[in-house]
Design a protein around this ligand. Structure first.
Ligand code: UGA
Length: 424
């Protein structure tokens, strides 16, 4: 890495990636301006209010070297971190990327480089470079919600996709304060770097879809998925992480990115068969989860109360995007069920997203009228419940644990008719 030198950085987009990256770049010593077209959001950020939950981020906003605006300044490096939402047919919608590039092009003085942190299809950086005449580098982000600040500060790798030695040197200068060992820095072409981001997310999605399929197969043959994943996870070629069976793959990234890669591969006349199969597998898995809930209620949930434990797509986030709840709740309602939800963080946003849902705080009270309790998110709040007390609160104690957070035998001993994923 090069000598540490303060750089002027402008980040376009104050969403998840932009805000975390901008705050972290300021924290490691650069002067950072975060820009967003949403004046309301900029105003809130200036007052230290973050629009989502991310541990460790709030204290970083107090940095005098971090500012927020709707109008971009000139800078050494302009980082594009705007959204690339799912567009038609699953394609990545790049309109915000091109708008940010146009704003950079209109600056009085061009930056030394443009850096694209957003997830974009291979070839996008080169297109932006042609449009703006400014060297454009791909530097995808691998932050996970809930641990994003730590992921930024101690990344397991840094992918830099550039075409020139000058571009690589500028990026090394930007990240120099992190003191990363050379082995963790992967220098590639912009196109390889862009595809690396999709490859990482889709590989992980594939791993999870396989585990989820295998879990249901375990039920068929009388095996236990937690024992099987422990067995395969000790093989370092497979790895122990990301093997937890669940109610289906969610979040703002995996479902969008796998559809985008499927779309891109079709457009390039080279459809990726595994990618298509994983999308289908996850859809089927979510259908199977719904059936588990109906089955435990003897095939009829019409007019019954179902209490959902957890609406976010995973624990320790307030994000509801593509969560299991966002699929399962409307499906249960369509079949006539009444829904109560307990979630330590989702109620505020959830009230605007779900209709006819009763949000409650106390899991025991919320279970008392229910025909069944269904665990969709692995919050600590639910892991630490007293199962006997929970069962006593219910007339017909039924528990569908779609995160395998409880010990099956203990749940049954507590009095529950109990179902989980991939276990007997
Ligand atoms: C994911 C990637 O993990 C990050 O590396 C990437 O930077 C990010 O997308 C992105 O592209 O921005 P995130 O969406 O925060 O991060 O969520 P994950 O922690 O990866 O979880 C994704 C889904 O997989 C969730 O629904 C989660 O419940 C599920 N999951 C995860 C399981 O069902 N089992 C597991 O063992 C792990």
């Amino acid at each position: 890495m090069e000598a540490k030198e303060v750089m002027q950085v402008t980040v376009f987009g104050c969403g998840y990636v932009g805000l975390v990256s901008g705050a972290c770049f300021a924290d490691i010593g650069h002067v950072v301006q975060c820009v967003d077209i949403d004046a309301g959001k900029v105003d809130q950020l200036r007052r230290g209010i973050i629009p989502f939950h991310e541990p460790g981020l709030e204290r970083m906003l107090a940095n005098p070297d971090l500012s927020f605006s709707t109008i971009p300044h000139i800078a050494d490096i302009c980082i594009i971190a705007v959204g690339t939402p799912q567009g038609q047919m699953g394609a990545a919608d790049l309109s915000q990327i091109f708008e940010a590039a146009a704003q950079i092009f209109a600056l009085e003085k061009p930056p030394k480089v443009i850096v694209i942190k957003s997830t974009v299809p291979p070839g996008t950086a080169r297109k932006i470079q042609v449009k703006t005449g400014i060297e454009t580098i791909s530097n995808p982000e691998f932050l996970r919600q809930g641990s994003a600040v730590a992921d930024f500060m101690q990344p397991d790798r840094l992918i830099i996709g550039a075409d020139t030695a000058r571009g690589f040197a500028l990026m090394e200068q930007l990240y120099a304060p992190l003191n990363l060992p050379a082995a963790q820095i992967v220098e590639t072409s912009p196109t390889s770097s862009e595809l690396t981001k999709y490859a990482a997310n889709v590989f992980l999605t594939t791993k999870l879809a396989f585990v989820n399929e295998l879990a249901l197969y375990c039920e068929t043959v009388g095996a236990d998925i937690d024992e099987v994943t422990k067995g395969i996870g000790l093989d370092p070629r497979i790895g122990a992480q990301f093997l937890q069976a669940g109610p289906g793959i969610g979040g703002s990234c995996f479902p969008k990115d796998i559809r985008a890669l499927a779309y891109q591969s079709r457009e390039n006349d080279h459809p990726l068969a595994i990618v298509q199969a994983v999308i289908k597998s996850n859809d089927q898995h979510q259908d199977a989860m719904l059936k588990k809930i109906i089955n435990i209620c003897d095939g009829d949930i019409s007019g019954q109360i179902i209490t959902i434990f957890g609406a976010t797509f995973k624990a320790n986030t307030d994000d509801l995007r593509n969560s299991a709840a966002s699929v399962i709740i409307p499906a249960l309602q369509q079949l006539g069920a009444k829904i109560i939800v307990v979630d330590p963080m989702a109620a505020e946003d959830g009230k605007g997203i779900f209709t006819n849902v009763d949000w409650q705080d106390d899991p025991y009270d919320a279970a008392s009228q229910a025909a069944a309790v269904v665990v969709l998110t692995e919050w600590d709040l639910f892991k630490s419940l007293d199962l006997e007390k929970l069962a006593q609160h219910m007339k017909t104690p039924r528990l569908v644990d779609l995160r395998n957070i409880y010990h099956a035998e203990k749940a049954r001993k507590a009095g529950f008719l109990y179902d989980s994923i991939g276990r007997q």
